[in-house]
Write a protein that binds this ligand. Structure first.
Ligand SMILES: Cc1cc2nc3c(=O)[nH]c(=O)nc-3n(C[C@H](O)[C@H](O)[C@H](O)COP(=O)(O)O)c2cc1C
Ligand code: SF4
Length: 608
């Protein structure tokens, strides 16, 4: 036993470190896999791991403390995490979580005194189309929770029934494909794109990708062909190699289209990565899968195994000498910022996921300083189809600057939540019509396109078109009907960004927190005109002064809702003059106790 009373599990630690060859860049895997057995990572465990990989305990603790799915304080042997997205909340998740805590006799956070269970919250787990949802021990998911299920869940947990014996329907996950086109409508590719690539040659395949006009689906919309060409021509250090990385970190709240592609078109995605490898001459690839999608790991590994067996992956692909490429799946651990490509690479190297200074861009200096192409799941699927069917087939849909189709994760107040694939150029209204307005007699007042980092559109703007040249999107499409409070939606998103800021730069670390505090103050009824102008200043600060895209977009929901739904703020500016957001007189109580004073002069309100 360690000094903290947690079993050190020397055997587990030694075995895990050995399984990863004692490699520092596997630190995240080692920490995660050890924690499966120890439930949390006590100092002696961290020290033992540090010794095993040749790092200082401080560095290992620094890495572990970065990731929310790694625990440096005890959690229950059954650790239940409610997905806490805005849509989960609107579906009643907070009340259900309170009810679960009441039935289990715990507060959110610390474990029950017997160490059996803990209940907490985490950012959107990618299931808003079938929420409220929760994660069990970071491994299983429960969907469509309601009061009845919560009551049963509390009983099962208390009776220590293992999750494998809980009602099967609770873990049902539907793909909810509502509209398929190029990507979801084409059967998954099992070698045809690779054969086409080999027949055409690497240079001509790259030219085909460029001619298709394909742009990245992860958010920034960078031209895929340009990125691949940059990595292909980047100088290689002595003995170096190039890498292909698939960004499956899908952490943008309300976004789940990659979840569906991973479930339905994993072969196509891997084929796209293998095409990229051929173009680049890369031998190694990674899929960085968000920790919240841990439940998909085995099925994805099975896809890789099947492709190796079919000679579509591994050594001598399709019997071609020198065409060697394999893929490893690496899991994230609950840090949204790791979706940013340079933070993702840091994480792949076993470090804290702090975004790098760019340039150099990953295509030039990425994983371990080598040229690395990072693309979104959907981008690789599209690239495989372009390699297979050609640029013209792809360009036949979409608009000039935005070719092909795009997947949208539609959730919130709609009749048919799920994934909708439409050609670029579709209007917001057309997607709404396809999904149906959620509740009878209600009207849609807003759509959050592209998640909280994107843009919030009001009813007068629903004829705008989804395309890089009008409304770009990374795939989120969250619908709010006129019963929803858009101030509360923006406050939920503000809390998300404050929670997920990596803390590296001050404007983001402090600014996101100040926005939350100001909005909490408005919500509590202490808002004045002063607070509104303060919020505007914070919004301007965040847009101009942060190190990565998280900070730069963190105030988007505030900006958009202030501009489009001013009434939601105005009715909270009830104070005629500035009121502090906290009780200063109460804060001085400890000082009064220490000094033994309680006279009028020691109280602020009695002074005034
Ligand atoms: C905070 C933050 C989170 C991001 N999360 C993701 C993500 O989950 N998936 C993704 O593909 N791109 C994400 N991106 C964008 C990536 O940095 C990068 O642009 C993308 O993976 C490139 O792939 P693409 O060219 O195929 O779009 C994120 C960016 C930021 C700033
Ligand atoms: S902007 Fe925020 S998330 Fe990005 S590096 Fe700075 S602190 Fe980290």
């Amino acid at each position: 036993m360690s000094s903290t009373g947690t079993p050190l599990r020397e055997d587990v630690v030694a075995r895990t470190i050995a399984a990863h060859g004692g490699r520092r860049d596997r630190l995240l895997e080692i920490l995660r896999e050890v924690q499966v057995h120890t439930h949390w990572l006590a100092r002696p465990v961290l020290a033992r791991i540090a010794a095993g990989v040749g790092l200082t305990p401080a560095i290992v603790e620094g890495v572990a403390s970065f990731y929310r799915f790694l625990h440096l304080a005890p959690v229950g042997r059954m650790h239940l995490l409610w997905s806490d997205s805005v849509t989960d909340r609107f579906q009643g998740s907070r009340a259900l979580a309170r009810e679960l805590c009441r039935r289990l006799g715990v507060e959110p956070g610390p474990p029950s005194p017997d160490g059996l269970v803990s209940v907490g919250f985490t950012s959107c787990i990618g299931l808003p189309d079938q929420g409220p949802a929760l994660l069990v021990n970071h491994h299983q998911v429960l969907t469509r929770m309601d009061r009845e299920r919560v009551a049963q869940l509390a009983d099962l947990v208390r009776a220590q029934v293992p999750p494998a014996r809980w009602p099967a329907g609770w873990q049902r996950i539907d793909d909810n494909v509502q509209r398929a086109d190029r990507l979801l409508g084409t059967p998954h590719l099992q070698g045809s794109a690779l054969r086409a690539t080999l027949a055409r040659g690497a240079a001509a395949t790259l030219a085909e990708i460029e001619a298709s006009g394909l742009r990245g689906r992860g958010g920034a919309g960078f031209a895929t062909g340009d990125k691949w060409r940059l990595a292909r021509s980047a100088p290689l250090p002595e003995g170096g190699t190039r890498f292909v990385v698939c960004n499956a970190d899908e952490g943008e709240p309300g976004t789940f289209k990659d979840r569906v592609l991973l479930a339905r078109r994993a072969h196509t995605m891997v084929e796209g990565m293998t095409v990229a490898a051929r173009v680049l001459g890369a031998r190694q690839g990674f899929v960085y899968l968000r920790g919240e999608y841990r439940w998909m790991l085995e099925s994805l590994q099975a896809v890789l195994a099947r492709r190796r067996a079919a000679r579509l992956l591994g050594a001598r692909i399709l019997e071609v000498t020198g065409f060697d490429f394999d893929i490893e799946i690496r899991l994230g651990a609950g840090a949204y910022v790791c979706g940013e490509e340079s933070a993702l690479i840091e994480s792949l190297e076993g470090k804290r996921g702090v975004p790098r200074i760019r340039p150099p861009y990953p295509a030039v200096r990425g994983y371990h300083g080598q040229p690395t192409v990072v693309n979104n799941v959907e981008t690789f699927c599209a690239a495989a189809l372009v390699a297979d069917r050609g640029a013209d087939w792809w360009r036949a849909l979409g608009t000039g600057p935005s070719s092909g189709t795009k997947l949208h994760s539609v959730s919130g107040d709609v009749e048919r939540p799920g994934v909708y694939e439409f050609p670029f150029g579709v209007s917001v209204r057309e997607i709404l019509d396809a999904a149906g307005v959620g509740r009878p007699g209600r009207r849609v007042q807003a759509v959050q396109v592209g998640g909280p980092s994107g843009v919030c559109l009001a009813a007068g703007e629903f004829d705008r078109r989804i395309a890089f040249e009008d409304v770009p999107t990374s795939g989120g499409f969250t619908v709010f009907d006129d019963t929803r409070d858009m101030f509360e939606a923006a406050r939920g998103y503000a809390q998300f960004f404050a929670h997920e800021s990596c803390g590296f730069c001050t404007p983001c670390r402090v600014g996101t927190e100040l926005i939350v505090r100001r909005m909490d103050k408005l919500a509590a009824g202490y808002g004045s005109g002063f607070d509104a102008s303060d919020l505007r200043e914070l919004e301007a600060l965040l847009h101009g002064a942060t190190h990565c895209g998280l900070g730069a977009s963190a105030a988007n929901p505030l900006r958009d809702t202030l501009a489009r739904f001013p009434a939601a703020y105005r009715r909270r500016l009830v104070q005629p003059r500035f009121v502090p957001g906290f009780d200063l007189d109460a804060e001085l109580e400890p000082a009064r106790r220490v000094t033994g004073r309680d006279d009028a002069a020691a109280h602020l309100e009695r002074l005034g």
